[in-house]
Design a protein around this ligand. Structure first.
Ligand SMILES: *[C@@H]1O[C@H](CO)[C@@H](O)[C@H](O)[C@H]1NC(C)=O
Ligand SMILES: *[C@@H]1O[C@H](CO)[C@@H](O)[C@H](O)[C@H]1NC(C)=O
Ligand SMILES: *[C@@H]1O[C@H](CO)[C@@H](O)[C@H](O)[C@H]1NC(C)=O
Ligand SMILES: [Zn+2]
Length: 505
């Protein structure tokens, strides 16, 4: 009966962008977005805080290249106030050309602070919030006919994020900032002459943060490949004030006017995500991303191959680092303290989303949405995020009451898609739990051998960290000088203290 009810409600009032009311403050504020928009309480949410320990230098990230951004002044663009932001429509001939698939532009919009709080960017860098942030939204036009079809697909959107700082006057932004008074109220729109959109971007397009995330507003679909440029652009204080004070979130007919400012969402948990960065200068002790190919090799060998040639070093390179990646227990405690999700509640939320999707939720946006399974973190082809892979496999095992078939299930889930999908290929560290499960599936002596390699690799890494701790000036690209060594030392020892009987016949 409950399901029928949900079904009826969803059919009667399909959720869409302008669907249920949401705001940044009050009862419909972000804490409650997930009541009407379940994905807002789901995985892979944005924005996030770019903390140094999340960053992985990836030398394969090319400079961002865009095409047809220099629009003719004969062209008209729609500038609008949608009650949540100021938005400029963009023609789809503009596109990002540095991705394997073409992502065509749809619109750009802003997030900003207020006249008495000048900080309002969504992404932050080690907790630092910039004055504002611009988002240039693109959709995968190779695969989807328009943005509404792409918005809820795992590979649907790519957004370029630009931090905005208060400083020098920016003539490019004034091309449309000067018309702000024409769209003071919600739902107002005007036409403005197009201009060179490229001039809104920072000078350096080769330095950026890259990660998998979501829309930062309801319905929060985890469909966004994020690129946030490292270097901010500037606008003058006067320009910022115009943005922060000119607009209302209420429409012209409403008796009470609600100012439109402070329209940013707070940072979301990163869970098992890492952030790839295209730069490493100025970042001390940053780790490098391992190549997806290397990960694939390891998994393949764990599943089917000869473990003898999986040398210590190969495995060692893929181990999650000690210290900045807390163990599961630690993480759980932390999650609770911060009111974030534990693994269990995340799973629960996922099933909730899935149920809702099955009752017609996802089809309200895209009729051809194959199944909610393909959304965001739970896309099987995205299985190289090992933690979600593991959840996926566990789910299958539960479904078939087939415990102990982890390896079989992994084989089924991982192949043949492993390493085929997407730009990033791999977003999370190879989870130690996954390695262990795979190891357990191998024949006894092989498993023992590998277990020993793992233990040795961990100990080696730990020693290196301790040395680094004692001698912090020692230069190395791996390791975290900030790590609290005694704690890690203990947990690593507990975890890897050899239990001789296990592998010494
Ligand atoms: C959250 O939103 C729901 C649905 O719109 C509403 O019924 C509920 O009262 C809200 N909760 C809070 C704490 O504001
Ligand atoms: C943009 O195009 C206009 C002509 O439409 C041209 O005059 C201008 O130099 C171009 N700007 C850049 C930066 O290429
Ligand atoms: C997007 O494409 C779909 C499928 O071709 C179509 O049904 C829908 O009307 C389009 N939506 C818009 C807003 O153009
Ligand atoms: Zn945005």
């Amino acid at each position: 009966m409950t399901l029928t009810l949900i079904f009826v409600i969803l059919i009667a009032c399909p959720l869409e962008f302008t669907g249920a009311k949401w705001t940044y403050n009050g009862p419909d504020g972000e804490h409650n977005w997930s009541s009407n928009y379940p994905f807002c309480g789901g995985a892979f949410q944005s924005p996030i805080d770019f903390q140094t320990q999340l960053l992985r230098y990836d030398p394969n990230l090319p400079p961002i290249q865009v095409q047809n951004y220099n629009l003719s002044t004969n062209e008209q663009l729609t500038l609008s106030n949608n009650g949540h932001s100021v938005q400029l429509s963009l023609p789809s001939q503009m596109y990002i050309s540095s991705f394997p698939q073409r992502y065509s532009a749809a619109q750009l919009h802003f997030h900003w602070g207020s006249s008495n709080l000048l900080t309002g960017s969504e992404h932050t860098v080690n907790g630092k919030r910039f004055a504002g942030e611009m988002h240039i939204v693109h959709f995968n036009s190779d695969k989807y006919p328009n943005i509404s079809m792409a918005v809820d697909k795992h590979d649907g959107l790519a957004v370029l994020g630009v931090f905005i700082e208060i400083g020098e006057f920016n003539p490019a932004f004034d091309k449309f900032f000067k018309y702000m008074n024409g769209i003071k109220y919600r739902d107002q729109k005007i036409q403005v002459a197009a201009f060179n959109i490229h001039a809104l971007l920072p000078a350096r397009l080769d330095e950026y943060y890259r990660y998998d995330g979501s829309l930062t507003t309801p319905p929060c679909y985890p469909s966004v490949l994020w690129t946030v440029f490292r270097r901010p652009v500037t606008i003058s204080r006067k320009q910022f004030m115009a943005l922060a004070t000119a607009l209302y979130a209420s429409n012209a007919q409403e008796s009470t006017t609600v100012p439109l400012h402070g329209n940013y969402r707070k940072p979301q948990i990163t869970d098992n995500r890492v952030v790839l960065v295209s730069f490493k200068d100025g970042l001390y002790g940053i780790l490098s991303a391992e190549s997806p190919f290397q990960r694939k090799q390891v998994i393949q060998k764990l599943l089917v191959g000869d473990l003898a040639d999986l040398a210590d070093e190969g495995l060692y390179q893929l181990l999650p680092k000690l210290g900045s990646q807390p163990g599961k227990d630690k993480k759980l405690k932390k999650s609770k303290k911060e009111g974030h999700w534990s693994q269990a509640t995340r799973k629960e939320q996922w099933s909730k989303n899935k149920v809702q999707s099955n009752t017609g939720y996802s089809s309200s946006v895209g009729k051809n949405t194959p199944t909610p399974w393909y959304m965001g973190a739970f896309d099987t082809a995205k299985g190289i995020c090992f933690v979600s892979l593991e959840e996926n496999v566990m789910h299958q095992l539960d479904k078939y009451h087939a415990k102990g078939l982890m390896v079989e299930a992994l084989r089924e889930v991982v192949f043949p898609e492993l390493n085929l999908r997407s730009y990033l290929h791999c977003r999370s560290d190879l989870d130690l739990q996954t390695i262990r499960k795979l190891v357990q599936g191998r024949s006894r002596d092989e498993a023992a051998e590998l277990e020993q390699s793992l233990a040795e690799a961990m100990l080696k890494k730990m020693r290196r960290q301790i040395n680094q701790h004692r001698n912090p000036n020692m230069k190395t690209t791996i390791g975290h000088p900030q790590a609290t060594v005694p704690k890690d030392f203990n947990s690593a020892l507990t975890y890897h203290r050899p239990q001789r009987a296990e592998w010494e016949d």
